[in-house]
Each structure stands twice: as C-alpha cells, then as structure tokens.
Design a protein around this ligand. Sequence first.
Ligand SMILES: NC(=O)c1ccc[n+]([C@@H]2O[C@H](COP(=O)([O-])OP(=O)(O)OC[C@H]3O[C@@H](n4cnc5c(N)ncnc54)[C@H](O)[C@@H]3O)[C@@H](O)[C@H]2O)c1
Length: 265
Amino acid sequence: MPGRLQGKIAVITGNSTGIGRAISLTFYREGATVVCSDMKEDAPDGSTTHGLITKDGGKAIFIQCDVTKPSEVKNLMNTAVNEFGRIDILVCNAGNSGITREHMPAPIWELDDSVWERTMGVNVHGVFQTLKYGLRYMINQEPAADGKRGRIINLASIVGLVGTRNSSSYVASKHAVAGLTKSVALEVAPYNIHCNAVCPGFVDTALVAGLKENDAAWQLINNLHPLGGIGKAQDIANMILFMASEENTWMTGACVPVDGGYTAQ
Ligand SMILES: NC(=O)c1ccc[n+]([C@@H]2O[C@H](COP(=O)([O-])OP(=O)(O)OC[C@H]3O[C@@H](n4cnc5c(N)ncnc54)[C@H](O)[C@@H]3O)[C@@H](O)[C@H]2O)c1
C-alpha cells in the first residue's frame, strides 16, 4: 500500500534530534524523500537522521544549515530543488528554548540579553528565513496531482497560545511563530499552499533536558498535563503527518495544540 506521503519531497530544519528526527522517520515510513538539515549533522549518540533513513533503504540527504544565516537557508532550498525538483512539504522545526545550565528559567528582570537574542534569532528570525526562501520556490512550482503547491508546518508551542512565567523570551518567540503561521497562511492560500502550526506541550527531548535535572521542576511539569506525564516526539510527528498529507484538504492558518490537555485548563 502506498504511504500517505508517497513521492513527496520534504525539507525539515533542525532534524538531527528530537521532534525533527521523529518527523523525518515518520515521513520516510510514509514514502517521502527527506531533505535533512541542522547546524550539527549527528545526534549525541553519533547517529544521523539521514543515515538512519538511507540505511533502511529510503531516500534522504543532509544539508548543513543554521537557520539564522540567510545564505545557508538559501543554499538549503537551492540544493533541495536542484536534487529533487520541488518542495512539497516544508517543516520549520529548528528551535531553541534558551535554557542552559548557566541560564535557567528566570523572570524578565533577570533575563540575560543573550537568551533573548538566541531564542528570537532561532525561533523567529530562523522561521522567517525558512519560510521566505522556501516559499520563493513553492509559490512558483507546478501544483501536485491533488492541486496543491505544498504544505508548511511550523513548530510553535503551547506557549505560542498562552503565557507562562519565567520564559518570556521563548513565549514571545513562539507567539511570533503562531502569528507568522496565520499571516503566511493568508498570503499563500491563493497559491494553494497550506500553512499550519503544531503547538506541543512539554515533550521529552534535549530541549527540556535542563529541566529534568531538577526533580521537583520535572514533577511539576509532568503534573501540568491533565493526561499526566510528558509528551513523546512521536505524538507530535503524528499530527504533523496529518497536516503534511493529502488528507489535509481544508485546514490552514491553524495553531493546533498537542499537549495532553494543557491548554484546555
Ligand atoms: N520539547 C518540547 O517540550 C517542545 C515543546 C514545544 C515546542 N517545541 C519545539 O519543537 C521544535 C523541536 O524541538 P525539540 O524538542 O526536538 O528539541 P531538540 O533540541 O531535540 O531539537 C532541536 C534541533 O534544532 C537544531 N537547531 C537549533 N538551533 C538551530 C539553528 N540555528 N539552525 C538549525 N538547527 C538548529 C538543534 O541542533 C536540534 O537538532 C523546536 O522548535 C521547539 O521549540 C518543543
């Protein structure tokens, strides 16, 4: 049986680890060719996302790309189109929480400028660059058999929908992603391109690893989700698969929580 993304070309940013890797492996299993990109090619265990896909017989390449650098984003899109002819699916996944050992969550009056610059740089400027240069190809390509020129998915967050204490730069950056998603959806609708965002609750990846080191904070985070516990990368990939597939005929400009009930409270 053909996969739900059979023959589609997908470009994904920041997919060497975490949610990006789960999206990539899911897309591959559903028949897509995956253009992998990240600042770093491999995960901490030395594995690569494109390596896992090609070892299993799938089609994938890796292109080094820091999304904050316009020249590298342009090169990512150029190379993807030169290699595979088009971009059917674009996932703006690369993100940075701003949390490090030196910079744990803090109220705004204690927020270091470097944290603000890093979160805004990757999460807002990076998504802007990725959308801008990806869409320069997507709006000009021939529609696929289903009449669509493509589908875009941005990684926002529950904190792109509601506020939280002590993470104002990350919260502001993800609200910006939600805003970009809605504006871009309007701009690309006449081209038959969909643009949606997924808004995950806390998901167990390297992004929140710093919080795991504090037992009390980790327990608190687990208790924040009415369903209990914390999300898995695959939970997010499953929603993104729907948004990227031809089953998504009528959803655009939506920011959809996948959050164990967090934003229902
Ligand atoms: N984990 C969560 O709880 C959670 C919740 C809501 C939203 N998100 C969002 O999901 C996305 C994926 O996060 P994750 O949890 O998989 O984290 P992660 O840290 O495992 O993965 C992020 C990836 O982005 C890459 N990256 C960072 N800066 C980059 C840059 N400038 N250019 C290119 N690549 C860059 C990293 O190298 C890494 O591979 C992010 O946008 C994040 O904000 C995560």
